[in-house]
Design a protein around this ligand. Structure first.
Ligand code: PMP
Length: 432
């Protein structure tokens, strides 16, 4: 080891020799925005430090999990204690029951939950279970929503409502996505038409209720209301993908938010990840007992995992969930997030740059556009060049935003009023 600083560029070059594209998940490569990815050496509270020792205020938070900031003392202690007792047993533990009980207490739409290791796994398993429980094959997803990289979900719209999806990735056979119908987000008329044509063959509809994979787009209340009614009428399961929104937009997730807007509202199944693992590989899917009991070992739907319910990951998740239930947690988090979005909006206005932003709880989005987009096509029509320049201006100024305009942002409880004010000051420079 030399004592000289290794630069991000050197690490990127070295990484590219041994890891495809130099990264273990594509967006980290900065392809959308150009430039050299930062190699992170460590993180603390709201900050990350790269290999060159430069500090960034972190608004990615590992893409959502780090709601308490990095290295929260209570979580760290729980993880260290759990690690001393063993990394993995492949046998049931009491802590898995505790975490399941904790999740179910906060999400009343579910009677039972199964723990897995990634959001991809949770979404994929939820779809298998929905199909197994209903005896139907067809599913609906929406353009711009991401549910992980399971084959059946890597799909874009076909040429009409009668033709189902086309794969968005090489290596996915057309036959595998032939049961996946892709619709436009927030389009009520299209939804009604699709159910009229296929409703009786639909196993489920999977949706990001507040979409964070096309920046930040809320499902409108009329759209969500109609979706719930159609699913009930046709006996299709409504599956909320709350991998991003769960325990992030509020304690009861996006479903808690929509239940306040639509009396009696609840999804049939839910998928969680990110915050429930507090930064460790942990995700979950759950629903009503009658559906969940179709899973092996009770029922005919197979699903399994060597590291599922991992003792260290569950300790991390439990400690995280305990913290976010403390009085006033989400009020403070929402307040800080709103302060950030309002400050950025004011900075853009002063610079004469068209800009809109939105947030819910600790999740936010912003666009270089005149009004908030309602679907994927309008997100993609916002000013990408401007976003990329802004991203690099912020990065140079020590603010780490998501390196693509189609990603949401995350604020943590560790971000202070001063961190947010500093961020807005950097934005004023970048926008100028
Ligand atoms: N669903 C949603 C809504 C997500 O945002 C993600 C990941 N960003 C996933 C599923 C997939 O989760 P993972 O990356 O843990 O597989």
């Amino acid at each position: 080891m030399s004592t000289e600083t290794t630069t991000n560029a050197q690490l990127f070059e070295r990484a590219q020799r041994v890891i495809p594209g130099g990264v273990n998940s594509p967006v980290r490569a900065f392809k959308a925005v150009g430039g050299t990815p930062r190699f992170i050496a460590r993180a603390e509270g709201p900050y990350m430090f790269d290999a060159e020792g430069k500090r960034y205020i972190d608004y990615i938070g590992s893409w959502g999990p780090m709601i308490l900031g990095h290295g929260h003392p209570g979580v760290l202690e729980a993880v260290q204690k759990a690690a001393l007792d063993g990394f993995s047993f492949g046998a049931p533990t009491e802590r898995e029951i505790e975490l399941a009980e904790e999740i179910l207490k906060l999400v009343p739409s579910m009677d039972q939950v199964r723990l897995v290791s990634s959001g991809t796994e949770a979404a994929m398993s939820a779809i298998r279970l929905a199909r197994g429980a209903t005896g139907r094959n067809k599913i609906i997803k929406f353009e711009g929503c991401y549910h992980g990289h399971a084959d059946a979900l890597l799909v874009k719209a076909g040429s009409g409502l009668a033709t189902f999806g086309n794969p968005t990735s090489a290596g996915v056979p057309a036959e595998v996505v032939q049961h996946t119908l892709v619709l436009e987000y927030n389009n009520v008329a299209l939804l009604e038409e699709a159910f009229e044509l296929h409703g009786h063959d639909l196993a489920c509809v999977m949706i990001e209720p507040i979409a964070g994979n096309m920046n930040f787009v809320r499902a409108s209340v009329p759209f969500m209301d109609m979706l719930r009614k159609l699913c009930t009428h046709y006996g299709a399961l409504l599956v909320f993908d709350e991998v991003m929104t769960g325990f992030r937009v509020g304690l009861a997730g996006a479903q808690g938010h929509y239940a306040q807007l639509i009396p009696g509202f609840a999804p049939d199944m839910s998928v969680f990840g990110k915050v429930i693992g507090g930064g460790m590989p942990l995700a979950a899917f759950g629903g009503k007992r009658a559906v969940m009991e179709k899973l092996a070992p009770l029922g005919p739907v197979y699903q399994a995992g060597t590291l599922s319910g991992n003792p260290v990951a569950t300790a991390c998740g439990l400690a995280t969930l305990k913290e976010i239930q403390k009085p006033g947690f989400f009020d403070r988090l929402s307040g800080g997030t709103r302060q950030l979005v309002e400050g950025l909006t004011a900075a853009a206005r002063d610079a004469g740059v068209p800009f809109v932003g939105d947030s819910q709880g600790g999740m936010f989005g912003f666009f270089f556009a005149g009004e908030l987009p309602q679907n994927y096509a309008t997100v993609m029509s916002t000013d990408k060049e401007r976003f990329n320049r802004f991203f690099h201006g912020m990065l140079d100024g020590g603010v780490y935003l998501a390196p693509a305009l189609y990603e949401a942002g995350f604020v943590s409880a560790a971000h202070s009023t001063q961190d947010i004010a500093d961020t807005i000051a950097v934005a004023r420079k970048a926008l100028a």
